[in-house]
Each structure stands twice: as structure tokens, then as C-alpha cells.
Design a protein around this ligand. Structure first.
Ligand SMILES: [Zn+2]
Length: 431
């Protein structure tokens, strides 16, 4: 009798600290990859012969990070960053563009951005047919009710089901001062009809008709009736007076009710994140469900990213610094956003899952972050990306957009040249 055929792994990750919240794993173990999928985890992986072995001692191994909020429709919008800069080169294997495209422009987004990118790129498509071509500017031209067309949206949702995972819309003072909740209501109807979640921007964005400015603390009250379970409210720790926390001293009652009904809250880091508001909300038990970065370029000049002082990894480290446990922060970057995207193949490291992995290292030493109100947060250590594995392929991120959380000389030096992961060296050994 011949022995049973032994499977051979293409890549074995050996000795890393695996944190996979979807599977309740937080332990040192091996992971074997065959082709583009996870082939074995734990003892079964250790027993598998491998073509390549990566010594991951000292590294944290997470399912590939998912950034729920980026803007990467370069050149068509005036604030898009390159998709792979926000994706694999920032430590994320999946990114979700929030509203850069609309039903009339998402075809171009697919052909020229999503398809050529190495990163897995998805879209929450703007409820207006054109998309957020000029960021928050031109809000009254682009985002008014005449720019909403259900049939166009239904068509693209049916045509590109893998790409189009939800609807981007707004709940803020500018739009409400011009046309009330009409656009938001149409977005909610579209979401219900097509079974897609809404991702709702909060905090003043569009130009306000001052004669009709809503009371800031009343704005969210107008948004809540439109929410369904699975919808996402953005910018949970925003300092904007018409935002989620608004000017309240304690977390408003509607928020607890919305959470209990399954509404999710995204960090949506961006330019309005306040540590003071985050602390207040964390004390009341309000953690972000997802940690979207809202990475985008300067609205005033195409392709200027020098102003970026926040990032996905920066936001992750800030949340750790504010006291969110590592496993919860990683869940908010993996299992929960995968659920929002309704994609069971990502966000975890089960056998059969896509081999999308973020490898991280811990760096001791204090580092100071600064928020939108110039408040400081000093942390004793940081967690930085050293590699991503994208559909089985090892990639060294250039970390070009991560200047808030690391200095240029801390960038990964390349897996084949011996990555430094804490005390241990990571190296590729052919077997
Ligand atoms: Zn945004």
C-alpha cells in the first residue's frame, strides 16, 4: 500500500503570534498556504512540507486588514490616493472606496482603479450618480436630489456585485439645510430595495444655507429614523458639533438604541478625530466597530499627499493607545468589516479562506500622536506592518502614507533581505 499523498504548502508561516478574532485564536501557531488560500492552521500546518518557510517568530499575524474608508479614484476626483498606496503599501489587503464614484462613473473606477490594483478594492458607491468628484466641495451641485437615480444604481449593483458592496450617503448640516433628508431617504430606500448597507458620513461637510441651518445637536436625530441593521455611521469620534457625539457631555440615548439594533460605527479617522471625544465615548463603552482611515489627498491640488497626518495603521495605534484591547482593534480591521462587505472569504484565517494576511511587528519606544484639536497622545510602543500576503504572494509595503506612525528609516526593508521583527529576523528558507 502506498502512503497517503502528502500535501505540500507553497508557503509556511512559522512561529508567528496569530490573532484571528473570527476564530477566537490568539496564540503562537503555524499557517500553511497553498496557491491563493489558507491550507492548514496549527499542528496540521506544522506537519506539512513546504516549498518556502517564513520564520515569523516575534511577528503578529493577522487576517489581512480591511480599510472600510478610503478615497482612491485618482484623477477623476481631486482627492484620490493610489489604490495600492492605501492598500497593500499601508498594510491593508482590502480597501473600500467611500463614494468617490457614482452609478455613472463606477465603470471607470472598476476598469482603471479596482481591476489593475493588486489590492482587493471594493466600493460603496455614492447615491448621487456622479460621485464625490470634488470631495465636500460642489456639494449642492453634485449631491442634490436631482442627482439621485434608483434605476442607475440598481443597474450597477447588479452588473458589478463583487465591487459594489454598499451605498455612500451623508447626514450633515449642509445637505439638510438645502434639501432636508430627501437624499438620505432615497439612499435608505435604495439600500432596502437592493439589500445593501449604507455608509453615512456625519459632521458638517457641504456648504450650508445659513437661513436654514439645522440645530447642530438635532442633526443626528434626523438621520436615525433612516437606519437599518448593518448600516454604518462614520466618524464616530468626530469633533464636529453636528456629529455623532455632537456637543453632548454624555453619549446620547439614540446611539445605544441604534447599536442594540445592529447599526455599526466606523472610526472614519480623517481630519476630525478627537481624542477627548474618543475618551468620553470609550468610557461609556462605545468602541468603533470598524477602523476606516478616510485616507485622501489634498482637495486643492491633485496628487498631493504631503498633508496626510493620519492613516489606517496610525488609527489602529491610536485606538490601542486609548485603551482598546489588541484583539478588538484587530477584529475591527478584519472580521467586522468582512461582515459589512458580506464576503465570507476574507477577514479570517480559516482553512479555505483567501491567503490575505497582515504581518506586524511591535516597536518599543514612545511616540506622540496629535489630534485635530492639537491634543497629544503618547504611546509606549507601536505596532507596524512588515509585510502583507496578498492572495498567497508576499509583498513588502512601502508605507509611504504612514508618516503619522513611523519614520522613513523604520520602513520594512524587504522580506528577502531579512526583515527585522522585534528581536528575531524573518527570512525565507527554501526547503
Ligand atoms: Zn471620506
Amino acid at each position: 500500500m502506498s502512503p497517503p499523498p502528502t500535501q505540500r504548502a507553497d508557503l509556511l508561516l512559522k512561529g508567528g503570534h496569530v490573532i484571528d478574532p473570527a476564530n477566537g485564536i490568539d496564540a503562537v501557531m503555524d499557517i500553511a498556504i497553498i496557491g491563493q488560500h489558507i491550507a492548514a492552521v496549527g499542528a496540521a500546518a506544522s506537519a506539512m512540507p513546504a516549498r518556502k518557510t517564513l520564520d515569523a517568530t516575534g511577528a503578529i499575524i493577522s487576517p489581512g486588514f480591511i480599510d472600510m474608508h478610503v478615497h482612491c479614484y485618482e484623477w477623476v476626483t481631486n482627492f484620490g490616493v493610489p489604490a495600492d498606496a492605501a492598500g497593500i503599501h499601508s498594510g491593508a489587503t482590502t480597501i473600500v472606496d467611500q463614494g468617490s464614484s457614482g452609478a455613472w462613473t463606477v465603470g471607470g473606477f472598476k476598469a482603471f482603479i479596482a481591476d489593475p490594483a493588486k489590492t482587493d478594492v471594493r466600493a460603496f458607491v455614492s447615491i448621487n450618480v456622479a460621485g464625490a468628484l470634488q470631495g465636500g466641495m460642489e456639494g449642492t451641485t453634485l449631491h442634490n436630489p436631482k442627482m439621485v437615480d434608483f434605476a442607475s444604481f440598481a443597474h450597477i449593483a447588479e452588473t458589478y456585485p463583487q465591487l459594489v458592496r454598499g451605498i455612500k450617503c451623508h447626514g450633515e448640516s449642509g445637505g439638510f439645510s438645502h434639501w432636508g433628508t430627501e437624499v438620505l431617504g432615497r439612499a435608505a430606500e435604495t439600500g432596502k430595495a437592493l439589500g445593501l448597507p449604507l455608509y453615512i458620513h456625519t459632521g458638517e461637510l457641504f456648504p450650508v444655507d445659513e437661513a436654514n441651518r439645522p440645530t447642530p445637536s438635532a442633526v443626528m436625530g434626523q438621520v436615525v429614523p433612516f437606519l437599518k441593521p448593518g448600516d454604518v455611521l462614520a466618524h464616530v469620534y468626530s469633533s464636529m458639533p453636528d456629529g455623532i457625539m455632537s456637543v453632548n457631555e454624555s453619549v446620547p440615548a439614540w446611539l445605544h438604541e441604534a447599536r442594540a439594533q445592529g447599526v455599526l460605527f466606523d472610526l472614519g479617522h480623517g481630519i476630525n478625530l478627537s481624542f477627548a471625544i474618543a475618551r468620553k465615548m470609550l468610557e461609556a463603552g462605545i468602541m468603533p466597530d470598524t477602523l476606516g482611515s478616510d485616507v485622501h489627498g489634498d482637495f486643492c491640488s491633485y496628487h498631493d499627499f504631503t498633508i496626510l497626518d493620519y492613516s489606517l495603521i496610525g488609527g489602529f495605534n491610536k485606538m490601542l493607545g486609548l485603551g482598546i484591547p489588541m484583539v478588538d482593534a484587530i477584529r475591527a480591521l478584519t472580521a467586522t468589516p468582512a461582515r459589512v462587505l458580506a464576503d465570507p472569504s476574507i477577514g479570517h484565517l480559516s482553512v479555505g479562506a483567501r491567503a490575505n494576511i497582515t504581518l506586524l511587528r511591535e516597536v518599543e519606544g514612545s511616540w506622540t500622536f496629535i489630534d485635530c484639536r492639537r491634543e497629544r497622545l503618547t504611546v509606549p510602543r507601536r505596532i507596524l506592518p512588515d509585510a502583507v500576503i496578498m492572495n498567497g504572494e508576499i509583498i513588502t509595503p512601502d508605507c509611504g502614507l504612514l508618516s503619522d506612525v513611523m519614520s522613513p528609516n523604520e520602513r520594512p526593508r524587504g522580506i528577502t533581505r531579512g526583515l527585522s521583527l522585534g528581536a528575531a529576523a524573518i527570512g525565507l528558507a527554501a526547503q
